[in-house]
Design a protein around this ligand. Structure first.
Ligand SMILES: N[C@@H](CCC(=O)N[C@@H](CS)C(=O)NCC(=O)O)C(=O)O
Length: 214
């Protein structure tokens, strides 16, 4: 299995985290976004929107990080990351993935762009209007997540699922992206639990060579 991605990106991080947590064999092919490698013909041929991550498993190609997580979870159903036979339990998890794509990821992305990407590409200071917009969106989403995580250990109950990997991977960049987390103790507690996973630490180590090269 091959994963194309940019390890500094939380969306790639989530795929590597899942693969490492499940103990799946893969090779990582780095697509350096700072060099525009996502537009190379080889990537464009398998990802029509020229974005990563992308998974290649034999002849099968899948893009969209949250779909890739479902694919990986189905490879090791016994790990329980996505209930495979109980439709309602499965949708409890998948619902959070839709919520991530529609709400949480876009809110976090504003902070990532303003505080992390801009310095990386030399695009100037964070824009105040964007931070104000991002803060309003972030608070609205974080309130929802905080309430859920106040009820149980993980997002979809007391067991780790791909809902946690989907939503939690962006926390890998929480500090440099300046997410306004002070008012959200349950989210900070959950972040700590995710960061303590052996696979989280293993995946962080994958980021290091890319971080020093960037
Ligand atoms: N919804 C997509 C988003 C993919 C995405 O935007 N990836 C970024 C890196 S995190 C990318 O490849 N950007 C390249 C570009 O915009 O040119 C997913 O979750 O996979």
């Amino acid at each position: 299995m091959k994963i194309y991605g940019f390890p500094l990106s939380p969306r790639t991080f989530k795929i590597l985290l899942a693969a490492n947590h499940l103990g799946l064999d893969y090779t990582l092919e780095i697509v350096d976004l700072t060099k525009g490698e996502q537009h190379a013909p080889k990537i464009a041929a398998i990802s029509p929107h020229h974005r990563v991550p992308i998974l290649e498993d034999g002849d099968y190609v899948l893009w969209e990080s949250n779909a890739i997580l479902q694919y990986l979870a189905a490879k090791k159903p016994e790990a329980g990351l996505l209930p495979q036979h109980d439709i309602k339990a499965g949708l409890d998890v998948v619902r959070w993935q839709f919520w991530d794509s529609a709400h949480w990821d876009p809110a976090c992305a504003i902070f990532i762009f303003e505080y992390v990407v801009k310095p990386l590409i030399g695009a100037g200071e964070p824009a105040e209007a964007e931070i104000t917009r991002g803060t309003a969106l972030f608070n609205r989403c974080a309130g929802v997540l905080e309430q859920e995580l106040g009820k149980h250990r993980f997002v979809a109950g007391d067991q780790l699922t791909i809902a946690d990997l989907t939503l939690g991977s962006t926390m890998v960049i929480a500090e440099p992206a300046h997410y306004p987390l002070d008012a959200y103790p349950a989210i900070r507690r959950w972040h700590g639990e995710l960061a303590a996973l052996p696979a989280w630490q293993q995946t962080l180590a994958t980021q290091q060579p890319a971080a020093s090269a960037a």
